[in-house]
Design a protein around this ligand. Structure first.
Ligand code: ATP
Ligand code: MG
Length: 758
């Protein structure tokens, strides 16, 4: 009788089986989203162990996240039963490299208990070196040096391998020296940074044949998931380890390469076939995850990218729902609508754990979080801090707490030297002593210590300035809207300048988050009411195991799947991001499009794309265009709806070819192949101002009201505001109105959003 099929092969299709069963020799599985690459890789691991080709400890399996590693371990354990035969080396590149490096640390001058530095430590160290090198640390920031060193490490380059041209990138050729000095410092304090984990292991494997052979012998089989996102140093490391046995199986999808900013190179996929001649290339074409509409929409979208390896995808799943595209008036309405849709899905039997909201940028989560708190919808934020827990937000909140609550010592301690104002540990220790001796809070002790001679000149001056600032902010609290005060405070304290001075990618995000914070404050009557709200938000995560909807960035969602996926903020400037548009290159636009592809293909049954016609960005209302990616989805797979009333026709104009104010661009620039569709989209690519003419006219006339208030409004009149509803005009100043709203109290608004009510 034929032997029964092992459980791990059950249900796999022929090419998946081939990937599982081709144990010997190099294998590359290249396939689209949801085709069961990760599933095949997991089965392969089970197969290798079950057929005694290797002990678990002789298998190296690299996943992209620790979460994925955990899931794979669980699945393999389920397939095999726990035979107590040790565990495979299963984890991220970093976790595996760290484990190896602990064993061989002395070969790169470290002890095995070395510390892995976090970003803050790393920056502090770099800054010391920059100052020691007599460079202007404002012009040559620690952050940009960190970024540069990171990129070198991602490419597997040690200091001696940096050529003069590359070194130019920092402080007129000092980059290489600083890199070397940094590595020496790290060694001196028995530490390494994230990039070193791989780089040191690479150095060791290159220099020490015996170590290399040890691991080449040990790892009979090597497997890599999400291969498209490996960077050069990861690739070199894999190649060394796999060189003698050549039993390496990589699975990936060039269309899902979304980490080029972190040094990932799709070229590694092409390199694989060169470095491992005779590699078996397997393609999986059946998608098991999504409905046909979702799959077709995603495939059509990604077809707009050039230079793809190209692949076919099909599914035999039943039709299901079309991708829904919902246009709403503004950001808060988007959050409201998503909340409603989630509750409706729950009523249909959907589980919160099977739903996710994916955003392009972290700052987008704040509006969602506030809404979910308001309606009591449990949520979790994955792969990032929840909005109010981010460092810059906590700093800003600490300032606000000091203003609102003079006895809040914890808040004062947090900000006393942030941004750096020369109040070192010694000065702060003295302040503490003083406060304890007098039994008063730190802010008060700070004021009093200035009357003594306990502090030296510089510290005294710095503290004096801070004390005066705090006093002045407290004064202004009663005169200014508190959101406005927050903005002034961030500027005057030097906090904004600190972020502006460092021109890294994160700092732009931090500034956006702070703007978003001030915006959030506007919705609360008083500063204490706002702070109260925040403490409630912070407490929201008490129940860790309860069912929750997941909120995360698209980047963090890679490899995951959910029944229902909401894709928020599909607007030009949000997604594709403003940065991608500013950089302008086709490459960055195509990376955004791959992100969009990853986003849609996370959905099993329902994909719901949202876009708002108005967004507050940096505290300013901007009318926004639906993302070009929306227009790239074929009509037959999309159900579009708009919930807008006011301004609807204006918004529709962006969609209609006849009414396309930029139709001439489409005719004049047929070479603008980067985007298809109406002229306004091509114009966007060409860098023209694509706001429909009517938007511009509306803006211009709104601006003219500044000098000339519209004649139809008067103090005491009842009006309707697009966002805040009904209210009565209390003051008129040019085009700005103070209105007492019936729902939300007094607010200052622009008259263009207001119409007379009866
Ligand atoms: P991604 O590119 O997004 O990482 P993937 O190719 O790794 O996707 P998997 O996550 O492995 O895809 O599989 C997608 C879904 O299809 C999972 O729910 C998985 O359980 C299911 N699946 C995979 N292979 C099969 C199969 N042969 N039969 C039925 N379901 C399958
Ligand atoms: Mg996968």
């Amino acid at each position: 009788a034929p032997t029964p099929e092992p459980p791990y092969l059950r249900g796999l299709n022929p090419p998946q089986r081939e990937a599982v069963l081709s144990a010997e020799g190099p294998v590359l599985v290249l396939a689209g989203a949801g085709t069961g690459k990760t599933a095949a890789l997991t089965a392969r691991l089970a197969h290798l162990v079950a057929t005694r080709r290797a002990w678990p400890s002789e298998i190296l399996a690299v996943t992209f996240t620790n979460k994925a590693a955990r899931e794979m371990k669980e699945r393999v354990a389920r397939m095999l039963g726990d035979a107590g035969e040790g565990m495979p080396w299963l984890g991220t590149f970093h976790s595996i490299a760290a484990k190896m490096l602990r064993r061989h640390a002395e070969l790169v001058g470290l002890e095995s208990n070395f510390t892995i530095l976090d970003t803050d430590d790393q920056l502090r160290l770099l800054k010391q070196l920059i100052v020691a090198a007599d460079l202007d640390e404002k012009r040559w920031t620690a952050r940009s040096l960190a970024g540069l060193i990171d990129r070198w490490k991602n490419r597997g380059l040690v200091p001696s391998e940096i050529d003069a041209g590359e070194s130019e990138a920092f402080a007129n050729g000092r980059g290489q020296d600083l890199y070397a000095a940094y590595q020496a410092r790290l060694r001196a304090v028995n530490a390494c940074d994230f990039g070193d984990l791989l780089l040191h292991m690479l150095t060791i494997l290159k220099k020490h044949r015996d170590v290399l052979e040890l691991y080449q012998q040990r790892f009979r089989y090597i497997m890599v998931d999400e291969y498209q996102d490996t960077n050069s140093s990861q690739y070199l490391w894999l190649r060394l380890l796999a060189q003698s046995r050549k039993n390496i199986c990589c699975v990936g999808d060039d269309d899902q390469s979304i980490y080029s900013w972190r040094g990932a190179e799709v070229a590694n996929i092409l390199r694989f076939e060169r470095d491992f001649p005779g590699a078996k290339v397997i393609r999986l074409e059946q998608n098991y995850r999504s409905t046909p509409h979702i799959l077709a929409a995603a495939s059509a979208l990604i077809a707009n990218n050039g230079g793809r390896l190209g692949k076919t995808l099909w599914t035999d799943a039943a039709d299901g729902e079309k991708v829904r595209v919902i246009g709403v008036w503004d950001g808060p309405e988007e959050a409201r609508r998503i909340g409603e849709e989630i509750e409706a899905a729950q009523r249909r039997g959907g589980k919160l754990d099977d739903m996710a909201i994916l955003v392009r940028a972290q700052f987008q989560t704040r509006e969602l979080e506030d809404r979910f708190i308001a309606i009591g919808l449990p949520y979790r934020i994955v792969g990032g801090f929840r909005f109010y827990e981010r460092a810059e937000i906590r700093d800003a909140l600490a300032y606000l707490r000091v203003i609102a609550q003079p006895a809040d010592d914890l808040a004062f301690e947090r900000i006393v030297n942030v941004p750096k104002r020369g109040l070192g540990d010694k000065a702060v220790a003295k302040l503490h002593q003083h406060a304890r001796a007098e039994g008063v809070p730190l802010t008060l002790a700070a004021a009093r210590i200035l009357d003594t001679d306990e502090l030296t000149g510089a510290a005294r001056k710095a503290l004096g300035r801070l004390v005066a600032d705090i006093a002045s902010w407290r004064d202004r609290l009663s005169q200014l809207p508190h959101a406005e005060l927050a903005r002034q405070m961030l500027d005057e304290s030097g906090y904004t300048a600190m972020l502006q001075a460092d021109r890294s990618a994160e700092s732009a995000g931090r500034l956006e988050n702070l703007a978003e914070l001030a915006r959030a404050m506007e919705e609360y009557e008083t500063l204490p009411a706002f702070l109260e709200h925040v403490s409630l938000v912070m407490d929201n995560d008490a129940d860790r195991d309860a069912a929750k909807v997941t909120v995360m960035t698209i980047h963090a969602a890679k490899g995951l799947e959910f029944d229902t996926v909401f894709l928020a903020g599909w607007e030009e400037g949000v997604f594709p991001s403003q940065r991608a548009l500013d950089e302008g290159g086709l490459a960055s636009l195509e990376e955004e499009r791959r992100l969009a592809y990853v986003a849609i293909t996370r959905a099993r049954r329902e994909a719901i794309i949202m876009h708002a016609a108005n967004r507050r960005i940096y505290g300013q209302w901007t009318s926004s265009l639906p993302s070009r990616f929306v227009a790239e989805l074929p009509d037959e797979h999309v159900d579009a709806e708009t919930t807008m009333t006011g301004g609807e026709s204006l918004w529709r104009a962006q969609w209609s070819e006849h009414d396309d104010p930029f139709a001439h661009v489409a005719r004049a620039r047929p070479d603008q192949a980067a985007t298809r569709g109406p002229g306004w989209q091509r114009a966007a690519v060409a860098g023209l101002d694509t706001r429909p003419a009517r938007v511009l006219e509306a803006r211009a006339s709104a601006a003219s009201y500044a000098a000339k208030p519209r004649g139809d409004l008067a103090i005491g009149q009842r009006v309707f505001h697009i966002k805040f509803g009904y209210g009565t005009i209390a003051e008129i100043e040019g085009n700005k109105l103070e209105i007492d709203f019936e729902q939300s109290g007094r607010k200052r608004v622009l008259d263009s959003f207001v119409s007379p009510a009866n």
